[in-house]
Design a protein around this ligand. Structure first.
Ligand code: U2P
Length: 268
């Protein structure tokens, strides 16, 4: 009798587990990487990156006829507290159809600033590598592709760092230098936690905002690592930084190029 009951119990568990809807990302289990600790919203300053553009192509937003006037999204990353991060947590294919309604917004605020497309986790090349590399590792907080991109966009719009800096008189110009401490303090005041800044040749290239798993702001760097609001060992920024503008090579109409890029994606 006990044996029959145990068998019935096992059957019940099996039937139930098959009827539960499985989330799209269940990758941390799939690759054995442990669950992440916190999120990083990485923003990039197009002025710094696009200044270095030497040739144009349809996928590169630096090539649009009007310069990009604000920070754009580099990615939403799932990171570990020790400074490393999981990557490529499941073999769940990116499906552009699942984010059709987000494409015009992604095209504007999360464009590629390069001509070469990134390598996808499990072979191939693509614009939306971020989904495979980082999105799949955001499980169990973010469970599918649409949520990954819409969460990143939501955090970006809620934390408009271009506006925050502009309101403090820290503006895109060629040449004006701003004290790094002022940039950090302005962001910290508005956001509520310390950012991490990345520079290239004295220009701000990237601004990273960090979040707990409930999306409340947290410091990107903590404790004794911090000197003048920036991490001692990890900052690449000098004491004064610029937010440069750039002149696009101006080879084509932006909308046409953006749509060509998305066409290429859907065909691929
Ligand atoms: O910094 C170089 C590249 O490493 C990845 N990165 C960096 C810091 C971090 O906290 N998490 C992370 O993933 C990024 O790789 P990508 O997403 O661009 O492929 C970053 O560009």
């Amino acid at each position: 009798m006990a044996c029959v009951l145990r068998l019935l119990g096992l059957l019940f568990v099996l039937v139930c587990s098959h009827s539960l809807p499985l989330p799209s990302f269940h990758g941390v289990v799939a690759t054995g990487q442990r669950e992440f600790d916190y999120f990083v919203l990485a923003l990039q300053w197009p002025g710094t990156i696009c200044q270095a553009t030497h040739h144009c192509c349809s996928s590169n937003a630096c090539c649009r006829s009007n310069p990009l006037p604000e920070f754009t999204i580099h990615g939403l990353w799932a990171d570990y507290n020790d400074g490393s991060w999981p990557a490529c947590c499941s073999d769940s294919d990116f499906d552009i159809k699942k984010i059709t309604s987000l494409l015009p917004t992604l095209e504007k605020y999360w464009p590629s600033l390069y001509c070469s497309s990134s390598s996808l986790c499990f072979g191939g090349k693509g614009l939306f590598w971020a989904h495979e590399k980082h999105g799949t590792c955001s499980y169990p907080i973010i469970q599918d592709e649409y949520s990954y991109f819409s969460t990143a966009l939501g955090l970006y719009f809620k934390n408009n760092m271009t506006e925050v800096l502009n309101n403090a008189g820290i503006l895109a110009t060629n040449g004006e230098k701003y004290p790094l401490g002022d940039v950090v303090a302005t962001i910290k005041r508005a956001f509520g936690a310390s950012p991490l800044l990345v520079c290239k040749h004295g220009s701000l290239e990237e601004l990273r905002l960090c979040f707990y798993k409930d999306f409340k702001p947290r410091d990107c760097v903590t404790g004794s690592d911090i000197l003048n609001g920036m991490p001692r060992s990890r900052t690449s920024c000098p004491r004064y930084v610029t937010l440069p503008t750039y002149t696009p090579l101006g080879l084509a109409d932006s909308r046409k190029m953006a749509f060509e890029a998305f066409d290429a994606l859907t065909v691929a």
